[in-house]
Design a protein around this ligand. Structure first.
Ligand SMILES: C[S@@+](CC[C@H](N)C(=O)[O-])C[C@H]1O[C@@H](n2cnc3c(N)ncnc32)[C@H](O)[C@@H]1O
Length: 194
């Protein structure tokens, strides 16, 4: 496999959640526009978004963290197939157990949706002075926009409430300002105030 469409197809066939086309277009355009070079991604899955970001230009480096061993192994294979071993550092661990020394121009959060705030707080110290934090799935497949009475699954309702708490946390943060874009599954872009 050396073609991005085959990777997308593999994800679809194996029920692996990867970024929607509209979301990935938004993310990659943002990286190009802001001339972002050093990226931290939380939630690699099989490496699709990491490969899309690293492939934008040869000055970009992506550090990406995945805790599921099967997905990590698949991502490792895919990164090799795309010859991106020198531009993507893949870490196999729970992101909340990972401590990093480097600063990143972009921290992209795309892992367990109920833990967005934990990831944010765990890694905000790694954000470079003019860096951005982008969080995907702020609409959580549209459920966040629904009336809560219409959500029958307790599990989904729990995640929806956590995403709403995270939205409140972002929108009322003293140090950061956030815009939530209605693209893909809802994308939040956070930057420092002032
Ligand atoms: C939505 S998928 C990532 C999709 C990927 N960014 C893409 O678009 O190609 C989320 C991934 O995060 C991983 N994940 C969830 N919680 C995690 C954690 N605490 N640390 C690391 N990875 C985590 C899951 O195993 C899953 O593979």
């Amino acid at each position: 496999m050396s073609n991005i469409n085959e990777l997308k197809q593999y994800a679809k066939l194996n029920n692996i959640p990867i970024m929607q086309d509209e979301g990935i277009d938004f993310l990659t355009s943002f990286i190009v526009k802001k001339q972002i070079k050093n990226i931290l991604e939380i939630g690699t899955a099989i490496g699709y978004s990491a490969i899309m970001m690293a492939n934008l230009n040869k000055d970009i480096h992506v550090t990406t963290i995945e805790k599921d061993e099967v997905r990590y192994m698949e991502a490792l294979k895919n990164i090799k197939k795309f010859n991106l071993e020198d531009r993507i550092t893949l870490i196999f661990n729970d992101a909340l157990n990972v401590k990093l020394d480097s600063d990143f121009d972009l921290i992209f959060i795309d892992a367990a949706k109920g833990k967005n705030k934990d990831f944010f707080e765990h890694f905000e110290g790694n954000l470079s002075p003019y860096g951005y934090i982008i969080t995907d799935n702020m609409h959580f497949h549209g459920y966040v926009l629904m009336n809560e009475d219409e959500i029958t699954s307790k599990n989904i309702l729990g995640i929806v409430r956590k995403i709403k708490d995270y939205t409140y946390f972002l929108e009322n943060h003293m140090l950061y300002k956030t815009t939530i874009y209605d693209v893909g599954d809802g994308v939040a872009v956070t930057e420092r105030r002032g």
